[in-house]
Write a protein that binds this ligand. Structure first.
Ligand code: GAL
Length: 801
């Protein structure tokens, strides 16, 4: 306790954070003089931020046509590529303008303009004057605007963005797709992202919480830290005096700590307050978790002393029909789906995650691999990050770490993905340089790189210098890499890249690479992959048999816009086939294959394919069952097809039950699963459906928050007269939303669909689609009505509270 610093006086006006969401004006293109305060933007579109200007389409191959050989995919001869970045109009310039006022600003205060992401190459003007610029569209950055801000008057903010062609390998989105904030605080205050909370020692009795704070405080200023438990009760507090250069450090003991983990995501808060005598001059609340992470050759990754394997997925940042515009409800739904899958980890491939996603990961319990770059100084795409690397790489990493290091979910950083810098001596220097920057900013977490040039990195020393050697694919090189690399463990930083389309099955059923079909779909028997990738079972073998493999991050959890491999030179095909779930968030069959391993709390028993094969009568139509049970018996219309038991003859036989000789006849497919003693314990069945008769609606949530951003995801399907789901239905449906919400978008998960998401009409794909209903700002009932020609329509009531 520091003398005289008791009885703090509360001052609520010491810091404000204004999120600039409403009242933005936007235009595409580059009208001259748009930065000027006097510029007339009356004709511009009114938008709210986060905003993605390209997601409204239309889809067209002309937007992102490329004549290239994708070297990372092993190509040597250029061919015409379409849909590589989503076939949406994201390339070109865009301008945003917004006026805002800051009350009570004066010369004793500091104002910052904080961007959580701006796609891309932002140039920022305040009151007609350029105040700064950045480069990377995924970076967080801020400018001090204290000298430029008008007091108690309207300020005009103008942001110019520009997306070059050939700048990305996937859909990057376009515009101010993450929040923009105005932070106002006292001149003597904590630095932006200046607080760092770690938990260096943890026992059952107590944990030490270390607080480091950077500030502009001068001598005589004291810092009070209060640690609050999840109920808001103060469990510890401590005072410290300012040290050199405005730095504070404190070590606070928390008794009987509750540890953070994916299963028990317990969160504490550290409320740090600065005092000038008795006057409070700043206050920042930092949420954190008490948890211990270790990576050792002996045990691999341990969390709170427990060996934990990453059951992870890679995710691109786009939210399918919402594009890149960040939305909490959409991300929460994705993560709820991933929880049911049994997934415990997310990799933000290949860039900085949104703050909102990290908050959800903390709250819901996901381990997080926060990535930064897909390119360093050597190019993958003509206008990629290599243009900025020398000037920006360090700044971008510093901001990534400082802004996100208090998230307990983050357990590893990644400085790069399959960077061409895996080759060449300078590449090693860059790998070391970046890793050192991460270590300098955060000595508590290791750094990885997702490596695809595994042989090369074994020879060059590139892999050896990393904290964590991450292998992308290359299942055949795990053993060699384990021997060659000194770390003693290997991370599957990117695995599988199996391709499939929800509800689409192809015959004969064969395992194949780069398989293409006339309808530009991939088979959902989960036996198709790319030349460089593999089916899931091959990773499972490594994960299960090699204790030194610390886990995997599957490519990908959800389908994303762009990269339509294996159809990147076929049109129309504009989004990926890699997802465990499709772009609408609907599970593909593969979901149940992963769930049968990953979800250890609940049993999985899933039959594929569907059983509507008119015209295939008498033909071989294999039936697979993805299940957590060891064995099962299959019945077609009551006739046993025999018992299958998982066995080690092939990776597929080890993880799937397969009846390869079944002949199709319409009717019922039933599977009865047995426990270890051969006792029947569960059954599942599917049936041949008749013609589509009635629309069925199922909402993920029926109660929304009236904040104008919340979202209900309503799965729409059709059933026959007997209520059986129609798995091949393609009916066109129409959507109308009335009351206290609005229709936002629909998505059917078809990678070849050119229907724009925001149009209130869409065809079903494999019998399903998802409608997104958005809350307004007023409370009340919302009604979604879905109609379709010849179908009994359906209505659903939601509440906005
Ligand atoms: C990897 C790459 C990913 C994605 C994936 C598709 O090599 O890191 O970004 O392109 O292949 O299989």
């Amino acid at each position: 306790m520091i003398a005289g610093a008791c009885a703090p006086q509360k001052d609520n006006n010491i810091r404000s954070n204004q999120v600039l969401t409403e009242g933005w004006k936007f235009t595409k293109g580059n009208p001259g003089g748009a930065q000027a305060t006097t510029f007339n933007d009356n004709g511009w579109q009114e938008v709210t931020v986060p905003h993605d200007w390209a997601i409204y389409g239309p889809f067209d191959k002309k937007w992102d046509i490329q004549n290239v050989a994708i070297e990372q995919n092993g190509e040597t001869v250029p061919t015409e590529k379409t849909g590589r970045t989503g076939a949406l109009p994201h390339i070109g310039d865009g301008w945003y303008r917004k006026t805002f006022t800051v009350a009570d600003f004066d010369e004793n205060k500091t104002a910052l303009l904080v961007f959580e992401g701006a796609m891309s190459e932002p140039e920022v003007y305040l009151n007609g004057e350029k105040i700064g610029e950045w480069a990377y569209g995924y970076a967080y950055f801020y400018f001090d605007i204290s000298d430029k801000l008008l007091k108690d008057k309207e300020n005009t903010l103008a942001v110019h963005l520009s997306n070059k062609e050939f700048a990305s390998r996937w859909y990057p989105g376009a515009g101010l797709y993450r929040n923009v904030n105005v932070v106002v605080k006292n001149k003597q205050s904590f630095d932006q992202w200046g607080i760092f909370v770690t938990t260096p020692t943890i026992t059952a009795e107590k944990a030490t919480v270390n607080i480091k704070a950077a500030s502009s405080a001068k001598g005589g200023i004291n810092m009070l830290t209060e640690i609050l438990d999840a109920d808001g009760k103060i469990v510890a507090s401590s005072w410290q005096a300012v040290g050199a250069n405005g730095a504070f450090e404190d070590n606070i003991t928390v008794p009987l700590p509750k540890l953070w983990s994916p299963e028990t995501p317990y969160l504490y808060k550290a409320v740090t307050k600065l005092f000038d005598g008795k006057i409070g001059i700043d206050e920042v609340t930092t949420r954190f978790g008490i948890r211990e992470i270790k990576y050792t050759a002996e045990n691999g990754f341990t969390l709170n002393g427990k060996v934990t394997k990453f059951k992870g997925v890679c995710l691109h940042h786009d939210l399918g029909p919402l594009g890149a515009a960040v939305n909490v409800a959409a991300m929460r739904r994705q993560m709820e789906i991933l929880k049911d899958l049994g997934c415990n980890a997310i990799r933000s491939s290949h860039n900085m995650p949104s703050f909102e996603q990290l908050e959800l990961a903390d709250e819901m319990g996901f381990l997080f691999l926060a990535e930064s770059f897909d390119e360093w100084a050597k190019p993958k795409v003509e206008n990629g990050y290599h243009r900025f690397f020398d000037e920006y790489a360090e700044k971008d990493v510093v901001n990534l770490v400082r802004a996100t290091r208090n998230h307990p979910s983050i357990v590893m950083w990644s400085s790069g993905n399959e960077v061409p810098d895996q080759y060449g001596a300078e590449g090693l220097v860059r790998a070391k340089f970046l890793q050192d920057v991460f270590h300098r900013e955060d000595p508590t977490r290791p750094v990885t790189v997702g490596m695809d040039q595994v042989k090369q990195t074994m020879q060059s020393g590139f892999g050896a210098l990393l904290d964590i050697p991450g292998l992308n694919y290359r299942v055949h090189l795990y053993e060699d890499a384990h021997k060659a690399f000194p770390q003693g463990f290997i991370l599957g930083s990117e695995t599988a890249s199996t391709v499939s389309s929800r509800g689409i099955y192809k015959f004969p059923v064969v395992q194949e690479k780069e398989k293409q079909y006339d309808d530009l779909q991939c088979s959902s028997y989960d036996l198709e992959a790319c030349s460089w990738s593999n089916v899931p079972d091959e990773d499972f073998v490594l994960q299960d048999d090699k204790p030194w493999v610390i886990g995997e991050f599957v490519w990908t959890g959800f389908d994303y816009l762009g990269e339509p491999t294996p159809y990147d030179n076929f049109w129309p095909s504009r989004s990926s086939y890699f997802g465990i779930c499709d772009m609408a968030g609907l599970p593909k069959d593969r979901y149940y294959l992963y769930r049968s391993r990953w979800n250890t709390d609940e049993a999985t028993l899933h039959i594929l394919p569907h059983w509507n094969w008119q015209g295939r009568e008498g033909q071989v139509t294999p039936v697979f069952v993805y299940t957590s049970y060891d064995s099962a018996e299959l019945f077609i219309n009551g006739k046993s097809q025999g018992i299958q038991k998982k066995n080690n003859s092939t990776p597929q036989h080890r993880y799937r039950l397969m009846w390869n000789d079944v002949k199709y006849e319409p009717g019922e497919v039933k599977v009865v699963a047995f426990d270890k003693n051969g006792k029947p314990v569960a059954e599942e069945k599917i049936q041949t459906a008749g013609a589509p008769y009635k629309i069925v609606l199922e909402a993920d949530r029926t109660k929304l928050t009236a904040d104008g951003n919340d979202m209900s995801f309503v799965t729409v399907s059709v059933v026959d007269e007997n209520g059986l789901p129609c798995p091949t239905a393609t009916n066109r449906l129409n959507f109308a939303v009335n009351g206290a919400g609005s229709y936002r978008a629909a998505c059917n998960g078809d990678a070849t669909s050119l229907e724009v998401f925001h149009s209130p009409s869409m065809e079903l794909f494999s019998g399903k689609l998802v409608v997104l209903v958005q809350s307004g700002k007023d409370k009340g009932d919302i009604t979604l009505k879905v109609t379709g020609s010849g179908l009994k329509d359906a209505e659903l009531k939601l509440q906005s509270l």
